[in-house]
Every structure is written in structure tokens, then in C-alpha cells.
Design a binder for this molecule. Structure first.
Ligand SMILES: C[S@@+](CC[C@H](N)C(=O)[O-])C[C@H]1O[C@@H](n2cnc3c(N)ncnc32)[C@H](O)[C@@H]1O
Length: 418
């Protein structure tokens, strides 16, 4: 976008400006819109580049319409530069051509000139047909064309502020008061809260929870390519199961949507091998700590360790662009529920993981479903779930558990004792 409303400076004027900037630096801030387009100061910026000056006073005016930006640029030129009468008239004519429907008073206020001067130019232009006579004008309060949002101005913005105000919602919020960063944070929080909202239907729909008895080594062909948002799983930890982590990595690469995540609870004993195998088809992203406080801590006698946490490895397929995630997860104290599976995880802890990473409506897969903890967390939080396990019994237990838990939670919601 070009908001240069005046012709280029003459050679002599340019040389003088350059000399002045080289001695005193830039005295008048260079003005930009929120997208980095220059509103005022083309020559100053060019000179800075020629002189290698990187720091200069800067102003960002965000939330202006295209027309407001050009008017603003004209006003600054009117006020500052040594303009001849003809140059001033030219700027007024530009403005009249662009917004003939505005009143003389409104145009005069926008440019910082007298309204009679505007009126004189209007008559000349109407006389020679350059603009048409307009039957209605917008009053000075702009009541016929209410502005979409109030422009805001930021002096010497930081890079973070520059990024934040590219979002029109941030500019709108700033117009109510507050900084760009505060506005951006508030908006991000509100958007996240909205994304996390869900309501559950009374009956669990058939397609929300799919469960299959299947060995991951058979590649789980019933799951379509790129149909899953997140894999959240807890494979077996003993040594003989370590090769399965390569199967898991290959599966994740096939079934996850681009940008999807693989979240794996792992033991500590074979961590180097597990990390290496998971990284075969997926990109390592982060390692989170899953705290398991209370008296449930296993004692690893061969390592002489009492463990109160386990790693949760996070891999991605392509770039992750989701929410920020805090990297300490937690199960409630002593929440060591083994009634559905001898290796069962805490439901509270699994809900924490599902809540942080995923949004309602996402599809979550657990290919080592065990007693179904991931499935219960997913479906009671408005997500879709696919679960598989090599043991038929585990699938049957999970089916029953999911159905019963869902019915109980809906009965509680509807105030029915259950
Ligand atoms: C640690 S448990 C999962 C426990 C589950 N997170 C829970 O909270 O109940 C691991 C599960 O992996 C299953 N499994 C072991 N080998 C498998 C394979 N080759 N394919 C699929 N599932 C397998 C086991 O039957 C077991 O149920």
C-alpha cells in the first residue's frame, strides 16, 4: 500500500534532510500502520537505510481505514512540510476526490485546514466536473458511516506489540483502554475458553467411541489415514515391549492429521531406546513431567529409586500450531485406580492431559487402551475416541466402562441420582 501523498523531495531538499539526519538523527517519528506500511516518513526511512541507521522513533497507528490512512498522511504533510499554496490545494483536491460525500467541515478537520479553503476547491472541482455535486454529506460526527473501530496509536512499539496489533480484535480492544499485549492476552484467553466449551448429548452417539481388538503390529488398518487429531497413549513399559514404540511411531505418522500430536506416557528404564524409536517417523517436540504425588510411588529396586513422576513424550507430525501447553501435568494425590486394568492410569490425570492438549470435537486415538482411561476422559469431555488393544477382555471392559461412566455423568448433569 502506498500512502505517499506528496511528490518526491527535490535533490537539494533531500540532501539537506540527509545531512540533518546524519547529524541529529531522526527527529520526527516515522509512522506505520499495523501491517508495516509507511504512512509518513518515506524519505526519512530511505535515508536511514542509506546511512545504516536502525534505531529511529517510530509510531504505529492501528485500526484506520484505507481512507483514514491517506487523510492522516495528508494532514501530517499539511502541518509539517513547507508547502506552496498550490501543493496545499493539491492535497485538498486529492481528499475531495476520494471522499466527496464528506462535508467541507469534516474534510477541513481531517486535514487541519480552514473549511472555506475546502469549499473553494470543491466549487472549482464541481465546476469542471472533476467531482459530482453530492446531495447528502456525512456529518462531522460520522453518523451515517459509523467507523468500524477507533484507531489507536502506539509510540515506539516493541516487536511483540507490532505482532499483536495485526489482529483487528486487539486494536478494537485497545480502543477501550489497555496495552496491545494485555489486549492480545485477554483475547487469546477468551478464544481458548470458547474453544474448550462443550455440551454432551444425553445419549452417547454411536460414532463417538470406536473400540477394536487389534495388535498394533498389524498396523490398525481400520483407522483411516490422517483421520486423528491426537494420539494419547500409555504403552507397556517392560523391555520386551520396547519394539512396539517403533510401530507406534509409524502408526502416528500415517493416521495423524498434519500438525497432529503423539503424546506418550513412558517409563524411565528404557527411555533412550524409546526416544530413538518414537523419533523414527515422528518429530520430537518436548518432554513433559507427569507428577504422581502421594503414596502410590513405585519403588524401582534395581535402580534404587522411588519415583514420583513419569515422562510424557510429545512428538508432532509437521509443525505444531496449537495452544501453549504448560509442561507439568499431574494426577490427583494417591489416585492409583487399578480396578479396570493392572496398569491403569488415574482418570483425573488423563483428564488433565486431554483438557490441555485437545479441543472438543477432536478425535483422540489410544492404541494401547487397557482399561479405557483415555477413552473415558475423552468422551466425557466432548471429544471423539478410537481405542484398540491386543486383549479382547480389555476392549470389553472399556466398552462397558465408557458406556456406564457416560450415562452416570449425564444422569448427574440432569440431576438424576445414579
Ligand atoms: C499400560 S497398559 C494401558 C493402560 C491404560 N492406560 C489404562 O489406564 O487402563 C498397555 C496396554 O497395551 C496393550 N498391548 C500390549 N501389547 C500390545 C500390542 N502389540 N498391540 C496392542 N495393544 C497391546 C496391553 O494389553 C495393555 O492393555
Amino acid at each position: 500500500m502506498d500512502y505517499q501523498v506528496m511528490p518526491e523531495l527535490g535533490e537539494e531538499e533531500y540532501r539537506e534532510l540527509k545531512e540533518d539526519i546524519s547529524q541529529r538523527g531522526v527527529m520526527v517519528p516515522i509512522e506505520f500502520d499495523e501491517f508495516g506500511n509507511i504512512l509518513d516518513g518515506h524519505h526519512r526511512l530511505k535515508i536511514c537505510q542509506e546511512l545504516g541507521i536502525k534505531e529511529y522513533p517510530k509510531v504505529i497507528r492501528a485500526g484506520m481505514t484505507e481512507e483514514e490512512k491517506r487523510t492522516h498522511a495528508r494532514k501530517l504533510n499539511m502541518a509539517r512540510r513547507q508547502l506552496s499554496q498550490e501543493q496545499r490545494r493539491e492535497l485538498i483536491r486529492q481528499q475531495l476526490k476520494e471522499t466527496p460525500e464528506k462535508s467541507d467541515r469534516q474534510i477541513a478537520a481531517g486535514l487541519g485546514v480552514d473549511k472555506n479553503t475546502v469549499n473553494k476547491q470543491r466549487k472549482v472541482m464541481e465546476g469542471c466536473g472533476e467531482i459530482h455535486r453530492v446531495s447528502t454529506t456525512v456529518d462531522t460526527l460520522g453518523r451515517e458511516q459509523p467507523r468500524r473501530r477507533k484507531p489507536v496509536t502506539i509510540f515506539n512499539p516493541s516487536k511483540r506489540e507490532e505482532r499483536a496489533i495485526q489482529n483487528p480484535a486487539v486494536v478494537e480492544r485497545m480502543a477501550e483502554g489497555g496495552s496491545a499485549i494485555t489486549a492480545a492476552k485477554q483475547i487469546a484467553r477468551e478464544e481458548k475458553a470458547e474453544r474448550k466449551q462443550y455440551t454432551l448429548p444425553d445419549e452417547l452417539p454411536d460414532d463417538v467411541c470406536k473400540l477394536y481388538t487389534a495388535d498394533i503390529r498389524g498396523e490398525l488398518k481400520m483407522i483411516e489415514d490422517e483421520s486423528v487429531d491426537y494420539i494419547i497413549t500409555d504403552p507397556p513399559y517392560p523391555k520386551e515391549y520396547v519394539p512396539l514404540y517403533e510401530n507406534l511411531s509409524r502408526l502416528a505418522h500415517r493416521v495423524l492429521k498434519p500438525g497432529g500430536s503423539l503424546i506418550v506416557m513412558v517409563g524411565q528404564s528404557y527411555l533412550p531406546e524409546v526416544i530413538q524409536l518414537l523419533g523414527k517417523y515422528m518429530a520430537y517436540h518436548w518432554c513433559l513431567a507427569y507428577l504422581t504425588p502421594g503414596g502410590q510411588s513405585p519403588q524401582l529396586w534395581h535402580k534404587r529409586t522411588n519415583t514420583f513422576w513419569k515422562p510424557v513424550l510429545w512428538y508432532t507430525k509437521g509443525d505444531y500450531t496449537g495452544d501453549y501447553i504448560g509442561d507439568v501435568l499431574k494426577s490427583p494425590p494417591n489416585d492409583n485406580d487399578k480396578q479396570y486394568h493392572e496398569w491403569g492410569q488415574s482418570l483425573g490425570g488423563m483428564k488433565d492431559i486431554v483438557e490441555r492438549f485437545t479441543n472438543p470435537g477432536n478425535t483422540i486415538l489410544d492404541p494401547f487402551v487397557g482399561g479405557g482411561t483415555t477413552g473415558v476422559a475423552a468422551i466425557t469431555m466432548g471429544r471423539k475416541f478410537i481405542g484398540t488393544d491386543i486383549e479382547k477382555d480389555n476392549i470389553e471392559i472399556t466398552k462397558k466402562r465408557v458406556k456406564e461412566t457416560y450415562a452416570r455423568s449425564q444422569a448427574r448433569k440432569n440431576g438424576v441420582a445414579g
